[in-house]
Design a protein around this ligand. Structure first.
Ligand SMILES: NC(=O)c1ccc[n+]([C@@H]2O[C@H](COP(=O)([O-])OP(=O)(O)OC[C@H]3O[C@@H](n4cnc5c(N)ncnc54)[C@H](O)[C@@H]3O)[C@@H](O)[C@H]2O)c1
Length: 246
């Protein structure tokens, strides 16, 4: 499949996990990929197998940096047809131990990062009738113990997806959210849990099946981003092996 031939796709979080797999998937389908992340070495590794595109170290929590990144993409590659907001951070904690730094980090990346990138890219997406895919989480659809801020941030991703979908409903831009369950990435490999937690509560979010691979998520994101998903706008697409089903 070459669904992204002649299209420019911006992917945040492209240095790792789902973002890396998405960048490679879109490139494999013909896209010119502009990868954004904080991690320069990770970006370089992602782009080893990508012949069309470029990357940039950007902190998406900063509005000006997000706008400058989109300008750079347009200067280098001529426009933006697809924006995949994949970057995210996860921290778990007892409510009593949530700090201001942790709160600001999670909300800044998971919510602010999407808002700034969307704000910067929207004029270009409108020009071409493009597509935006935000990565949410099953944590945004169900209560998840010890994830107060993360869960709240992912709930916000779902609502900002719906809200932007309505604000831009008269344009031809499509705005959707893919909500994964567990995915085998550095995020899940390195997550630290607080002491004295109730493991029975956590078991509810593990589900009955295995975790997804980043490539499986990239396949869903690519479909939603592509013209094949032309009927989807404002949709929240769970890709969680049934975790939020019952
Ligand atoms: N892994 C899972 O089980 C899982 C489950 C549900 C949802 N998600 C979501 O999927 C997305 C991708 O997660 P992943 O598992 O691939 O994580 P990951 O940690 O492997 O990758 C996240 C990337 O985001 C980048 N990033 C963090 N802060 C940034 C910033 N300020 N500016 C630019 N880049 C920044 C990191 O450097 C990293 O490369 C996230 O939004 C995450 O919340 C993951």
């Amino acid at each position: 499949m070459r669904r992204f031939e002649d299209k420019v796709a911006v992917v945040t979080g492209a240095a790792s996990g789902v973002g890396r797999a998405t960048a490679r998937r879109l490139a494999g389908e013909g896209a010119t990929v502009f990868g954004i992340d904080l991690n320069e070495a990770g970006l370089a590794e992602t782009f080893e197998g990508i012949d069309k595109g470029s990357h940039l170290v950007v902190d998406i929590t900063e509005r000006a940096a997000a706008h400058a990144a989109i300008s750079t993409c347009v200067d280098r590659h001529g426009g933006v047809h697809v924006l995949c907001n994949v970057a995210g951070v996860l921290r778990t904690n007892h409510l009593a131990d949530v700090t201001e730094d942790e709160f600001r980090l999670i909300m800044g990346v998971n919510v602010g990062g999407i808002i700034w990138m969307a704000q910067a890219a929207m004029p270009y997406l409108i020009e071409v009738g493009g597509s935006m895919v935000n990565v949410g989480s099953s944590s945004g659809l169900m209560g998840c113990a010890y994830q107060t801020t993360y869960s709240a941030s992912k709930g916000a991703v779902i609502q900002l997806t719906r809200t932007l979908a309505m604000e831009f409903v008269r344009s031809s831009v499509r705005i959707n959210c893919v909500a994964p369950g567990g995915v085998t990435t550095p995020m899940t490999a390195t997550v630290e849990f607080p002491e004295d937690l109730d493991w029975d509560l956590l078991g509810r979010y593990a589900g009955f099946r295995e975790m997804s691979s980043p490539d499986e998520l990239a396949a869903v994101i690519a479909f939603v981003a592509s013209d094949e998903a032309s009927a989807m706008h404002g949709s929240i697409i769970s890709a969680d092996y049934g975790i939020t089903t019952g």
